[in-house]
Design a protein around this ligand. Structure first.
Ligand SMILES: NC(=O)C1=CN([C@@H]2O[C@H](COP(=O)(O)OP(=O)(O)OC[C@H]3O[C@@H](n4cnc5c(N)ncnc54)[C@H](OP(=O)(O)O)[C@@H]3O)[C@@H](O)[C@H]2O)C=CC1
Ligand SMILES: Nc1c(N[C@@H]2O[C@H](COP(=O)(O)O)[C@@H](O)[C@H]2O)[nH]c(=O)[nH]c1=O
Length: 348
């Protein structure tokens, strides 16, 4: 096969693997979401699969099983993985071994595994056995949408890295701003953004492990903070956490909150919040709070990325993303990915 079509097929398969992994973002903690596509020698996709939840099969194992069930194992020529295959036995057997049990010739890897137990080991194991390992990062300009796909592969694991390396939850702030530059909705309402923006907000809720709000918003809005507006929400219910200071009184809506199974994080010091969330098992938290908490998070650089939805006087909206790291899980959302890839080096 000519190199051009190899790149075309790899790009297509990376898109499929990222899309499948994205469906399980928010369901795999404390593991990262991972996707895998297996291709035949002509570049046709034989199977696409993802890791569904901790303890369940890894993406590669799931895709291999799908091929085995249909008698297609002998046709596997290329594997596309969003994350380097593992080579250690954890809750499941090593994926590198699973791949080595097939005739796979080439393994394309989206990004290296930051887990010190894997870190380069999976790729090295495959190469030692004579299989070709190709890193998306090194062939970005040849693979169609290479930069977008790399941003998405890195975005899939960004909260996991923050959690496992820094023991902190990844915090995405979502802030809606009206034409006056203010965040308060009109009386009697809890939101003021368009359906498109609210749909995105609910997809973000579905993808995150917890929605984080604060005492002021609970008192003003008694927010639901649940996942609606999405058909394919797969029963996802992010935890709902409320940040309160110990020194102030417990929000007066406490009883209703308790019925809705809110959890309260009392925090003497706001600096502790990302760490406290990580301890509570949250890899990725979506902050939907008012200007007081947002001001505190910003002043102390306690956020990882910041999505601002600004309503313009003509009623349209501008979506902008600020980020403090090169990788961001917001790259997984179609309406934000373009801005993120365009401003690839534009982070603090
Ligand atoms: N447009 C938008 O995107 C959004 C708008 N809103 C709007 O925001 C308004 C409410 O905002 P606001 O009153 O500023 O309230 P916040 O939601 O920012 O909550 C403030 C509360 O957070 C807690 N808190 C603040 N700082 C700390 C700290 N250092 N340590 C621990 N806890 C802390 C305190 O809770 P406590 O007092 O309980 O101790 C404080 O009262 C509402 O009108 C709501 O509709 C809300 C969310 C999103
Ligand atoms: N105002 C505002 C938002 N505000 C957030 O959404 C909460 C209401 O959501 P729910 O209780 O699920 O209906 C509200 O309390 C606040 O946390 N979100 C937005 O996408 N757009 C908006 O204009």
């Amino acid at each position: 096969m000519a190199d051009g079509s190899v790149y075309l097929q790899a790009g297509k398969a990376f898109h499929a693997a990222v899309a499948e992994a994205s469906r399980f973002v928010g369901a795999t903690a404390p593991n990262p979401p991972v996707g895998c596509a297996l291709l035949d020698a002509e570049g046709a996709i034989l199977a696409v699969a993802a890791h569904h939840r901790a303890g369940a099969l890894h993406a590669e194992a799931n895709a291999l099983r799908s091929c085995a069930e249909r008698g297609l194992t002998d046709r596997i020529a290329t594997a596309i993985v969003t994350l380097e295959p593992c080579n250690h036995t954890g809750r499941t057997p090593p994926c590198a071994e699973g791949l080595l049990a097939t005739p796979v010739k080439t393994i394309w890897i989206g990004c290296a595994d930051p887990n010190p137990k894997v870190a380069g080991g999976g790729a090295a194991r495959l190469e030692r056995e004579g299989r070709e390992v190709r890193w998306l990062e090194r062939e970005l300009h040849s693979v169609p949408d290479g930069r977008l796909l790399l941003a998405q592969c890195r975005g899939l694991i960004a909260p996991f890295i923050r959690w496992s390396v820094d023991q902190r939850a990844w915090l995405t702030v979502k802030q809606a701003v009206n034409t006056d530059g203010l965040m308060a909705p009109p009386t009697g309402r809890t939101t003021f953004t368009s359906n498109a923006a609210l749909n995105l907000a609910h997809r973000l809720r579905r993808a995150t492990d917890a929605v984080v709000t604060a005492g002021g918003t609970v008192r003003a809005d008694l927010p639901g903070l649940d996942v609606r507006r999405i058909d394919d929400h797969m029963g996802r219910k992010p935890r709902m956490l409320v940040v309160c200071s110990r020194t102030r009184e417990v929000p007066q809506n406490w009883l209703t909150m308790a019925e809705r199974r809110f959890e309260v994080i009392f925090s003497d010091s706001i600096e502790e919040v990302p760490k406290r969330l990580a301890e509570a098992g949250v890899l990725w938290g979506l902050v939907e709070a008012g200007p007081t908490l947002l001001g505190e998070l910003r002043a102390r650089s306690l956020w990882d990325d910041w999505l601002r939805i600004a309503v313009r006087p003509d009623g349209n909206e501008d979506f902008s993303v600020e980020r403090r790291h090169e990788a961001t899980p917001l790259a997984l959302f179609d309406e934000l990915a373009g801005t993120i890839v365009a401003g690839q080096n534009d982070f603090t």
